[in-house]
Design a protein. Structure first.
Length: 346
């Protein structure tokens, strides 16, 4: 049983969720039985009255489709008692670009299509608690995007509004347009992805009382210490396309992992390196909600237990020193202008 919880932000500030959330993208690659156990383990570990924050997407399968939501539909059909014990966020508002990728489209037409498509795949048991355009659509004024989301929310299409991969200034503007309407903002944060943009966004969210859903707090798995080189990655693994997992970069980045391992091992009692990383992300602000992914019940529980870890000021300073001594090698994704298609920092 874990005890830590946090209130969500904005319009969802009356809702308590576990200190650590559960990203579901990995579940589409495993059996229903394994996926369901991974979800249930997290829910069952929380105290009564605290919901498990689950994070899914309209494009969370290999074909950019709704397979992840369909899996959730089967889960809630089999375990209807978990409907009210979970808080579900869904990312959408993307469309094919004709080149094998997807791009943001927050027009009212596409937002409505996306929300209705997500709810259809999710089925009748569970409603979307939080809906997020996965990226900020730069072709549409933010005023229009927010107005569209408010309209759909007020129609009862979903419960609360979230944003994803945006600048701190974008969050401030969205909040100024509709105070209290944004409940959460999602962004990548980890010991190897914590730059000025993240700091600005976290500062804005802290000031405004908006939850920060910090995805990939384990650095796509590298920060757990599970991998020692690029050769350890499974054949065809998506991470092999990322700059930081290239041979020379991953060797350099292992110095970060070794430094974090030592800090985790020196605790009494010791914790895993992954738990240290999750606890550190949680320490970055009062509205932080680390959002690691998991497809195994044991890993779900390990991640949740990190929410009860309180780091000392000395441990935080030691982690910061590791990051100063060993700068991250490689770009966040592919590197250089090629990242433009990812529509980061809208």
């Amino acid at each position: 049983m874990v005890s830590s919880s946090v209130k969500l932000g904005g319009s969802a500030s009356h809702i308590a969720v576990g200190r650590v959330a559960h990203g579901l993208m990995l579940l589409t690659a495993v059996s229903d039985e394994q996926a369901f156990e991974a979800i249930r383990a997290g829910v069952d570990a929380l105290p009564s009255g605290t919901k498990m924050f689950l994070n899914s997407g309209e494009f969370y399968d290999k074909t950019w489709g709704v397979g992840n939501l369909q899996l959730l539909s089967r889960f809630y059909e089999k375990y209807p008692e978990y409907v009210e014990k979970t808080f579900l966020s869904v990312k959408g508002a993307m469309k094919p670009d004709g080149k094998g990728m997807i791009m943001p489209d927050s027009s009212m037409e596409n937002l409505r299509r996306s929300v209705e498509n997500c709810q259809k795949a999710l089925g009748p048991k569970k409603s979307i608690d939080l809906y997020q355009p996965a990226r900020i659509d730069s072709t549409i004024p933010l005023e229009t995007i927010m107005s569209n989301l408010i309209t759909l929310r007020d129609e009862g299409k979903f419960g609360h509004i979230g944003l994803s991969e945006c600048k701190g200034s974008t969050l401030r503007k969205a909040y100024a347009l509709h105070p209290g309407s944004v409940a959460a903002v999602e962004v990548e944060v980890s010991a190897w992805e914590y730059g000025q943009e993240q700091k600005d966004l976290i500062a804005a969210a802290t000031e405004l009382g908006v939850s920060v859903l910090a995805y990939s707090p384990l650095g796509q798995g590298l920060l757990t210490g599970k991998f020692n080189s690029a050769a350890d990655l499974p054949e065809g693994d998506f991470r092999t396309r990322f700059d930081r997992f290239k041979d020379d970069n991953i060797k350099a980045n292992m110095a970060i992992v070794e430094g974090l391992k030592a800090i985790a091992a020196n605790r009494k009692p010791p914790i895993t390196t992954g738990q240290l990383c999750i606890a550190w992300v949680a320490s970055l602000g009062p509205t932080m909600i680390p959002l690691p992914g998991s497809s195994k019940a044991t890993r779900t529980l390990e991640n949740l237990e990190a929410g009860d870890v309180e780091l000392t000021s000395e441990e935080i300073k030691a982690i910061e020193q590791v990051l100063v001594d060993h700068p991250v090698s490689g770009e966040r994704y592919i590197g250089g202008p090629a990242n433009a298609h990812l529509h980061l920092w809208g």
